[in-house]
Design a protein around this ligand. Structure first.
Ligand SMILES: C[S@@+](CC[C@H](N)C(=O)[O-])C[C@H]1O[C@@H](n2cnc3c(N)ncnc32)[C@H](O)[C@@H]1O
Length: 275
């Protein structure tokens, strides 16, 4: 099990290499189809559908993974190009009708200036523990987005790991507790279980606004994705697609922009219009 002393080592490592073992196992193909992933999917789609310009428009899905969001975006009429550093993800996404998928890195997009009406970063910022890399990725997103277009970035809450290890009962394990406590302070998520997650950065809700501003993306607006609902004991029962699901989504939407609730949400979407 890695120790907190390895944080410095991770920070200087090539981050893509550090995360590839986790993603090569193929979990992204159906991660968003059940449980907390299903809630993340439904809420992310709900927010994006209200914010994106009407189709057809060109959308760049950076770190789009296996294409879970690209699939519905293409079905909604958007022209979707997906960029991801994992060959397995590009292979899966490229097989979706209407989705063009290529290998690439959010920090160096091989795209023309102002070519898209919206650029999504729904994952890359999780895996860039260096602040400079995250701001570079946001600058690249701004560069390839046309004036008046949107940049949307997802981040994981600084406190998600703490609540997750508590809910799973793993916080009682001394090593997990030590790593989790350090993560609350540093934001760097040290992987302690190869099946749970990989090297990541967990943002304080205010930190992403400052990163957007440094990348020239201000003012930024934030939306809590799950709010506190990902922690419900009977969460999956609320997601069976009946009237309880509708009520849950309505409730989470009604407080999605309440700042005092941002930190309890597992994910946050931050949005800015490119000037
Ligand atoms: C948790 S997955 C999210 C996938 C998808 N966007 C979604 O919302 O379900 C994070 C994705 O970010 C990608 N990623 C990691 N580092 C990246 C980087 N530097 N540039 C672009 N994508 C990156 C990973 O390969 C992975 O597909």
């Amino acid at each position: 099990m890695p120790g907190v002393g390895r944080l410095i080592e991770y920070r200087s490592m090539e981050t893509i290499a550090a995360i590839s073992g986790y993603y090569e196992r193929g979990g992204e193909v159906d991660r968003l189809s059940v449980g907390r992933g299903r809630l993340e999917f439904l809420r992310t789609r709900d927010v994006l559908r209200r914010l994106l310009p009407a189709g057809p428009a060109r959308v760049l899905d950076v770190g789009g993974g296996a294409g879970v969001h690209a699939r519905w975006l293409a079905a909604d009429g958007y022209q979707v190009r997906l960029v991801d550093p994992m060959p397995l993800h590009v292979e899966h996404a490229g097989a979706i009708a209407g989705v063009e998928a290529v290998l690439g890195d959010a920090r160096r997009l091989d795209e023309a200036d102002a070519a898209y009406q919206a650029t999504l970063l729904l994952g890359p910022l999780y895996h860039l523990p260096e602040r400079g890399d995250r701001v570079t990725a946001l600058r690249e997103a701004a560069r390839v987005t046309a004036p008046g277009g949107l940049v949307v970035a997802a981040t994981i809450s600084r406190y998600a790991g703490l609540y997750d290890t508590l809910v799973r009962g793993r916080y009682l394990e001394p090593d997990v507790r030590r790593i989790t406590d350090a993560e609350v302070v540093t934001g760097v998520h040290e992987p302690f279980d190869r099946d749970l997650f990989t090297l990541a950065y967990f943002h304080h809700p205010d930190e992403i606004v400052a990163e957007f501003a440094e990348a020239g993306l201000a003012p930024a607006t934030r939306y809590a994705v799950e709010g506190g609902a990902w922690l419900f004991a009977d969460r999956d029962g609320w997601l069976e697609g009946d009237e309880r699901t509708v009520a849950l989504l309505d409730a989470v939407r009604s407080v999605e922009q309440e700042p005092s609730l941002f930190g309890i949400s597992s994910h946050l979407l931050t949005v800015a219009v490119v000037r």
